[in-house]
Design a binder for this molecule. Structure first.
Ligand code: CP3
Length: 349
């Protein structure tokens, strides 16, 4: 038998190009993380979380761990959405057990003190090196996903200096000085295009834009600070890298998921677990590939609901392009065996 001239196209890339597959490809948000003992060991070796992000050999190692253990169809670069804030000149640190802390940007003068977009490469260069290592080390069937936070979500941390329940400080900035806040979005947006473009040059095959707090934007604010920046970033990236597939995740956007792919040019919309799969199949998947939707608590709870919910989601999305994923990141208290049970349910074993 003659060998095919080209490697079979990767399952994730096929889904992103609109192909319907009998068995959807699968990966998981936060698949490299604290629920895995091998992650905790490498994290201990690195010392702290940011050192892990900025040490290419170790960041590549933790990216590969879930691929070795489970054979996911995609690997996601190990880094964090907040590194770009640091690259723009903000202080960033992770308070053990408490999450991220940043110096704050609360007015136009603060925005103007940030570094220009082209300056971000200096701090982010180790991330590009991680991508280069991964593009050599990954199995040929595994797709490498690069990512960044969407400007609104990154801005919520840069304004508040920490994670917040309702993104109150960022909303207050909008109310106080809408133009000043728009300037902050513009700075992050330009930096994000530079950052993601460099990831693609280093070997990322797909880009994902995480807008974790999109759900707290309503009406015109959603249009101006979630939808429009995503549309401009996607257009700029596709102009520089024709054919680059892009996944957008406007988490908890509810009815604003409808038409989001069409309005932004995204090839796939990632869904949280607050929307029903049947609704999303009818209203979101009509425009192209969807990803996500399984509630992360199933990875903690296991039991019969894990397999039945997994199969229900596969069934709901079976008529269109679909990448199986969770509705948000897997949590540190998840049982690694439940991840295998999910994969077995998807692949029908
Ligand atoms: O998905 C992956 O496996 C890739 C790596 C990745 C991380 N963070 C690693 C991480 C990605 C894509 C992110 C994105 C990210 N980071 C988001 C958007 C997605 C989402 O979850 O909504 C956000 C909002 C952040 C900011 C952030 N980073 C927070 C709020 C925290 C603390 C919360 C927590 O889980 O501890 C982090 C830390 C972080 N980023 C960890 C990991 C594995 C845990 C850090 C540790 O090892 O101690």
């Amino acid at each position: 038998m003659t060998q095919p001239a080209a490697a079979p196209q990767k399952t994730i890339l096929r889904a992103l190009s609109g192909e319907v597959q009998a068995v959807p490809p699968v990966w998981m948000m936060r698949q490299a993380g604290r629920y895995l003992p091998e992650y905790r060991a490498t994290r201990a070796k690195a010392g702290d979380f940011l050192s892990l992000c900025y040490t290419p050999d170790l960041a590549a190692e933790v990216t590969l761990q879930p691929i070795r253990r489970y054979g996911f169809d995609a690997a996601i670069l190990f880094a964090d959405i907040l590194l770009i804030g640091q690259a723009l000149g903000a202080d960033l640190w992770f308070a053990e057990g408490e999450g991220p802390r940043m110096s704050t940007v609360t007015d136009l003068a603060g925005v103007q003190a940030l570094k220009p977009a082209e300056a971000v490469h200096e701090v982010l260069a180790p991330v590009y090196e991680t991508v280069r290592i991964l593009s050599r080390a990954l199995p040929r069937e595994t797709t490498l996903i690069g990512f960044a936070g969407a400007p609104w979500t990154v801005a919520t941390y840069m304004v508040a200096g920490r994670g917040t329940k309702d993104q109150g400080p960022a909303h207050a900035f909008i109310a106080r000085d809408r133009a000043g806040f728009a300037a902050l979005i513009a700075v992050i947006e330009a930096a994000t295009v530079e950052y993601l473009s460099a990831q693609v040059q280093a070997g990322a095959e797909v880009i994902k834009l995480f807008d974790s707090w999109a759900g707290s934007l309503k009406g015109q604010d959603f249009d101006d600070f979630a939808l429009a920046p995503a549309r401009r970033i996607i257009a700029a990236l596709k102009a520089r890298h024709p054919g680059l597939p892009i996944i957008a995740f406007p988490r908890e956007a509810r009815d604003r998921y409808v038409g989001f792919a069409r309005a932004t040019g995204a090839d796939c919309v990632a869904l949280d677990n607050s929307v029903s799969a049947d609704w999303a199949a009818a209203h979101v998947q009509v425009d192209g590939c969807v990803q996500g939707n399984l509630a992360p608590h199933h990875m903690v709870d296991g039991g019969p609901a894990l397999a039945s919910e997994t199969r229900r989601i596969v069934q709901a999305f079976r008529k269109g392009p679909h990448i199986f994923n969770l509705g948000h990141g897997i949590t540190p208290d998840a049982d690694p065996d439940n991840v295998q049970r999910m994969i077995d349910a998807i692949r029908g074993q």
